[in-house]
Design a protein around this ligand. Structure first.
Ligand code: SF4
Length: 393
């Protein structure tokens, strides 16, 4: 379950680096990422370095609790660059001694050497994009790797000393059946050692992707809703059986390996995003960098846009909307300390209604400790419906 993990005088701050490059675009992907040439990658990394160096002064009084390199595929850039960016972070920011540093990698883009560079640079968590353990499903997604390549990457990571490894899985894929999804789960759960963390999402066909067009032409055969639901149930059943705890709607971890960075998002810890399209939340102001690569390369410190100062009501909505994603839920005392008003005074009717419907429950964390409002098992299945009720009109 997401703990605070901080307990220091300075406020925690999370850093996110967006690396918008991939070897090739997957057929379902609508992330800000594309293949590119080495020169552009180098220019982008230099711009990232300038952005870190140029912005650090704005965050005095904060201590970096996590750093996350996401994308895209961060492992397509030379590993030494991850080290250079981390050096810049350590030089300019106050960094927690137990900082969590994650790099997202894709099989086929890392080897023992690059993993060694990450390790020496202080990276202590890897997130590997597997998606499926079956080569035909990977090919249908347009992924660049095979199950065999994943195994080599996983082994190299374990041999390289990484004990905190996440594996990303996807369900409801074209041509996937309940049995083939079960095979993916079986293969992942027979890894030695077991991954520390598993993220499991259903495929969503996004507009603007080749999958979207194929579906419109009737050429994409996806599992039906009932099968999708059974895969979702199977994920929970198999992972709990294997000793994982579900600590968020789509995330499972062995004890002590919950992703601090993501828990920070759901708990509304301040975070700053570097690179194109990267989002930030700082002192209740949300903003993000523009998505234009050329503009960013020209002026990395001059690309923030859509600055939105959140009203107190919007902050409360986010507090509930994001906090309820975690199985721990939202703390009654946290709410009171954050907003100076009891949770029940703001949301009494909606809480009572959902308690009566069996979608929310109160529990204490740890047992006998603070009271938390959380989704029940049924509430988790209907999470969008429950959470939408916490939005003010
Ligand atoms: S590897 Fe990830 S970010 Fe890159 S194209 Fe595929 S899904 Fe998108």
């Amino acid at each position: 379950m997401c703990g605070t993990g901080y307990g220091m005088e300075e406020k925690p701050l999370e850093l996110y680096f967006h690396i918008p490059f991939c070897v090739k675009k997957c057929l379902y992907c609508d992330f800000l990422s594309a293949p590119t040439d080495p020169g552009t990658r180098e220019a982008y990394l230099r711009a990232l370095l300038s952005e870190v160096e140029g912005r650090a002064d704005e965050y005095r009084g904060y201590r970096v609790s996590s750093v996350f390199f996401g994308g895209g595929t961060p492992s397509v850039v030379e590993a030494a660059w991850i080290g250079r960016l981390l050096d810049a972070v350590r030089e300019r920011f106050l960094v927690s001694g137990d900082v969590e540093i994650t790099v997202e990698v894709n099989p086929g883009t890392v080897d023992a050497k690059s993993l060694g560079v990450y390790r020496r640079a202080g990276v202590n968590r890897l997130s590997i994009g597997l998606q499926s353990a079956l080569d035909r499903e990977l090919a249908a997604l347009g992924r660049i790797h095979s199950w065999g390549q994943f195994l080599s990457t996983y082994d190299a990571a374990v041999q390289g000393g990484f004990d905190n490894i996440n594996v990303d899985l996807m369900s409801a894929l074209p041509g996937q059946t309940l049995a083939s999804y079960g095979e993916t789960l079986s293969r992942v759960l027979s890894l030695h050692p077991l991954p520390a963390h598993i993220s499991a999402y259903s495929l969503i066909v996004e507009e603007g992707t080749p999958f979207f067009e194929r579906r419109a032409r009737g050429e994409l055969s996806l599992p039906d809703e009932e099968c999708d639901r059974r895969m979702y149930e199977e994920t929970e059943r198999r992972l709990l059986e294997a000793g994982f705890a579900r600590y968020e709607i789509s995330n499972y971890a062995r004890t002590g390996y919950e992703c601090r960075h993501n828990c920070g998002y759901w708990r509304r810890v301040d975070y700053i995003g570097f690179g194109i399209g990267a989002a930030s939340l700082f002192q209740n102001v949300r903003f993000h960098n523009g998505r234009d690569l050329e503009g960013y390369l020209r002026a990395p410190l001059d690309c923030r846009e859509d600055v939105e100062v959140l009203t107190e009501r919007e902050q409360m909505e986010e507090f509930l909307f994001l906090g309820l994603r975690m199985t721990r839920g939202v703390g009654e005392r946290d709410f009171l300390e954050t907003f100076g008003v009891p949770l029940a005074e703001v949301y009494g009717p909606v809480i009572r209604r959902n308690l009566a419907d069996g979608l929310l429950c109160w529990h204490r964390v740890p047992p006998g400790g603070e009271r938390y409002l959380a989704l029940t098992k049924r509430g988790l299945d209907l999470s969008n419906y429950v959470m939408s009720q916490f939005l003010f009109d």
